[in-house]
Write a protein that binds this ligand. Structure first.
Ligand code: ATP
Ligand code: MG
Length: 335
C-alpha cells in the first residue's frame, strides 16, 4: 500500500530514509553477487568504507557463496524470499552470526537481490553458554550420583556382606541385626538418590501433589516450615512446562536447604495479570546476588526460565532472606 502520490524524487527520499534508519544491515546485490547499494547499518556491520564497499562481492563477506555455483542457488529462491542463518566476515576478519532475509526482484528485466542481515552473534553466544552450563550441570549431577553409589551404597553393602559371613561363622545374633541396619541404610540412600534423578509423575499426580511429595521427602527431618500454594489451571499447560516449573522449584529449594538456614519458605504458583507467577521466598541468611550471578544452579534456573519466555528476578541481601520471582506468559485454553 502506498498513500503517497507517485513522485519519483519523493519516493527516492523516502526509500533512502527507510534504508538508513533501519537497524538491520540492508544491501542489494546483482545477479552475480556484486554489491550495488547498502545502508549505514550494513557499512557499520562490516566495517568497510563506502569506497571499499563499491568493489565488494557477496563472497567477500559471506564465504559460503563461492562464485558462481552458490549464486545459482540464490536465483532459484521463490518470490516470497527465504530466511536463513549465515556467518559474515568483517573487514577486520571478525566472524558474526546473522539472520538473513533474502528477496529477489526484477528491474528492467534484470535480476537483483535485496537482503537484510540482523546480527545475532551475542544471542548465539549466550545460547551456547547456557546450553554448556546445563550440560555441565547434568554431568556434575551424574558424577555426584556415581560417587554416592560407589562410596556410600557400595561401602555399606560390602559391610553388610562381611557382617553376614561373620554371622554365618559365629552365629552371633548382634551381627545379624547389624546387617539389617546396614541394609536399611542402603535402601534409604538409594531412595534419596532416586528422588534426585526421578521425573515426577506430573501427568497423573499433578504439580501440587508432586511438589508436596518432593518437599516432604527432601526434608525428612522437617528442618524447614514450608507453605505451598498452587492455584492455576493446570490442564491448560503442557507437561514439559509443568516439569520445568517442578525442576526450578527443586533447584531453588535445594539451595534453601543447603545454604539459607531459613525457618520458613513460601512457594506460590498462581495465575495473575495474564502471567503465571512462581514465587519462592525464604527468611534465611540471604546473599549478594551480584556475586552469584554466573553460578551453576542459578544458570540452570535462568535457562529454564528463558526456554519458556519467562523473566526471573532474584532478590536477596545478606541477612534479608531470598526471593526468586519468575513470571511466564499465561497459557489459556485457546492457546
Ligand atoms: N536461598 C539462599 N539463601 C542463601 N544463599 C543462597 C540461596 N540460594 C543460593 N545461595 C547462594 O548462592 C550461591 C549460588 O547458588 P547456586 O545454586 O547457583 O550454586 P550452588 O548451590 O552453590 O551449587 P549447585 O546448585 O550447582 O549445587 C550458593 O552457593 C549460595 O552461596
Ligand atoms: Mg544450588
Amino acid at each position: 500500500m502506498n498513500k503517497f502520490k507517485e513522485d519519483s524524487t519523493h519516493n527516492l527520499i523516502r526509500y533512502k530514509m527507510l534504508m538508513n534508519t533501519s537497524q538491520d544491515a540492508i544491501h542489494i546485490v546483482d545477479k552475480l553477487g556484486n554489491l550495488l547499494e547498502w545502508n549505514e547499518a550494513f557499512k557499520k556491520h562490516l566495517g568497510y568504507t563506502d569506497e571499499e564497499l563499491m568493489h565488494l562481492n557477496i563472497v567477500d563477506w559471506d564465504k559460503k557463496w563461492t562464485r558462481p555455483d552458490k549464486i545459482e542457488l540464490m536465483h532459484s529462491i521463490s518470490d516470497d524470499g527465504i530466511s536463513f542463518e549465515a556467518i559474515h566476515t568483517t573487514k577486520q576478519g571478525i566472524e558474526k552470526s546473522v539472520d538473513i532475509r533474502l528477496n529477489k526482484f526484477y528491474e528492467n528485466n534484470e535480476l537483483f537481490f535485496y537482503s537484510t542481515a540482523r546480527d545475532i552473534t551475542d544471542q548465539k553466544k549466550l545460547q551456547k553458554e547456557l546450553k554448556k552450563a546445563v550440560i555441565e550441570g547434568e554431568e556434575n549431577e551424574k558424577r555426584s550420583i556415581s560417587i554416592e553409589l560407589h562410596e556410600k551404597i557400595d561401602q555399606v553393602l560390602t559391610g553388610a556382606k562381611i557382617f553376614l559371613s561373620l554371622y554365618e561363622k559365629k552365629g552371633d545374633r548382634k551381627l545379624f541385626n547389624e546387617t539389617l541396619v546396614l541394609l536399611d541404610e542402603s535402601i534409604n540412600k538409594i531412595r534419596d538418590l532416586s528422588h534426585v534423578v526421578a521425573l515426577p509423575n506430573l501427568k497423573d499426580t499433578g504439580l501440587e501433589s508432586s511438589v508436596l511429595l518432593f518437599l516432604k521427602q527432601i526434608d525428612e527431618n522437617n528442618m524447614i516450615n514450608f507453605r505451598l500454594r498452587v492455584n492455576f489451571k493446570e490442564e491448560n499447560y503442557p507437561l514439559d512446562f509443568k516439569t520445568n516449573i517442578y525442576r526450578i522449584i527443586q533447584e531453588a529449594y535445594r539451595n534453601v536447604l543447603t545454604h539459607s538456614k531459613a525457618k520458613h519458605v513460601d512457594i506460590v504458583v498462581e495465575e495473575s495479570n495474564s502471567m503465571l507467577k512462581l514465587h519462592i521466598i525464604d527468611d534465611g541468611i540471604g546473599f549478594n546476588p551480584a556475586e552469584k550471578i554466573d553460578t551453576l544452579g542459578f544458570t540452570k534456573i535462568k535457562t529454564r526460565v528463558d526456554v519458556f519466555n519467562g523473566v526471573c528476578i532474584i532478590d536477596s541481601m545478606p541477612g534479608k532472606g531470598c526471593s526468586i520471582l519468575i513470571e511466564f506468559p499465561m497459557y489459556n485454553s485457546k492457546s
